[in-house]
Write a protein that binds this ligand. Structure first.
Ligand SMILES: NC(=O)c1ccc[n+]([C@@H]2O[C@H](COP(=O)([O-])OP(=O)(O)OC[C@H]3O[C@@H](n4cnc5c(N)ncnc54)[C@H](OP(=O)(O)O)[C@@H]3O)[C@@H](O)[C@H]2O)c1
Length: 313
């Protein structure tokens, strides 16, 4: 059995991947973490290995000592890309490590997505530049927005609850732009099943697309209203408003507002609003992982919302 290490496997997406790979029983799974986590080990039944993300040498030793063949990086790289860059360098130096999946799991970022208030886009580009220079085989997984946000807390997910555009618990929506541009949404456990399939694939493309479902914000809103049998309190934020860095905050945004400097949350969310409106989340690809692995059926928005909210309307 080859050894697969999930860096950040204690987190939101990471834990979904770890549990899914554990159940497949095709690989030995390890979780790289900043601190050994006995509670996680007992709950999940997967070994954690404490690593120092600031030291390439010690990361390399950890990878070689554990004979890690593939690293799946699901670290939180919103603000700081160095832990992932160090992992890439260590994996490149490690004699046992051949493959790497970087912490992307969103959309390919265009030049205009690189903004000071949201360093994530530049961090992802730096990771790709490092991987390109390395001898590692790698693939970026593009899955659009996680569908989980529209089913939590009723659907199993380890993500932090938040929401973009539609806040189902409060029956409120603030739609960016027209709301008529499609976007791709994928459930984290579906992403995880495609990761499992990729591990068995002989050759990887640099980009791997996963399409859970594709709807517009207006369609998602309509489904949410039908499923909950409630008319949502809805506003539309114009493109001009979003370009000014302004947008309507939803009730679910308020608890996280305190974590941002004044107005910074609005700046970040309005940037997302513009990306949705310009079709960045409307992923297109000549060939997707759905085409390559047709046996993997993904969750669809209507069924997902029905399961999550149908009983609580
Ligand atoms: N498309 C979408 O809608 C969407 C939404 C959210 C996230 N994502 C992507 O999904 C991936 C995982 O995101 P997530 O929300 O699952 O991550 P997360 O839960 O916030 O973090 C994952 C793990 O990273 C480790 N970590 C956190 N801060 C760190 C730091 N400063 N240095 C080193 N390690 C740190 C922690 O593990 P330990 O404490 O065990 O070390 C944590 O459990 C990222 O690539 C992100 O961009 C996509």
């Amino acid at each position: 059995m080859t050894v697969v290490a999930v860096a950040g496997g204690t987190g939101g997406l990471g834990r979904a991947i770890v549990e899914t790979l554990r159940d497949l029983q095709k690989h030995e799974i390890l979780v790289l973490t900043r601190k050994v986590n006995p509670i996680f080990e007992a709950e999940v039944g997967v070994r954690t290995v404490a690593v120092d993300y600031t030291s390439v040498d010690s990361l390399k030793t950890s990878l070689e000592d554990n004979k890690v063949h593939t690293v799946i990086c699901t670290l939180n790289v919103m603000e700081n890309g160095d832990p992932q860059l160090n992992c890439i360098q260590a994996a490149d130096l490690s004699k046992s490590t051949k493959r790497f999946i970087p912490a992307n799991f969103g959309v390919p970022h265009k030049n205009e997505h690189v903004i000071d208030s949201f360093p994530n886009a530049i961090i992802k580009r730096q990771a790709n530049a490092a991987l390109e220079k390395s001898s590692l085989e790698y693939t970026n997984i593009y899955n659009g927005l996680f569908m989980d946000y529209y089913g939590m807390p009723h659907i199993k997910s380890y993500l932090q609850p938040t929401s973009m555009a539609i806040d189902i618990p409060s029956r409120t929506a603030a739609i960016p732009g027209s709301g008529d541009v499609p976007l791709v949404l994928t459930y984290t456990f579906d992403v995880a099943r495609f990761v499992g399939a990729l591990l068995g694939q002989e050759k990887w493309d640099v980009e791997s697309y996963v399409i859970g479902d594709r709807v517009t914000w207006n369609q998602l809103l309509q489904i949410a209203e039908e499923v909950t049998e409630t008319k949502f309190n809805t506003t539309y934020d114009s493109v001009e408003k979003l370009k000014r860095g302004e947008m309507t905050l939803l009730p679910s945004h308020l608890p996280v507002r305190a974590l941002f400097q004044d107005g910074q949350l609005e700046t970040v969310l309005s940037a997302f609003g513009l990306w949705f409106n310009d079709g960045a989340y409307n992923l297109t690809a000549d060939r997707t992982l759905n085409d390559t692995f047709p046996e993997i059926k993904t969750r669809k928005v209507r069924d997902f919302l029905q399961e999550a909210w149908g009983a609580s309307k």
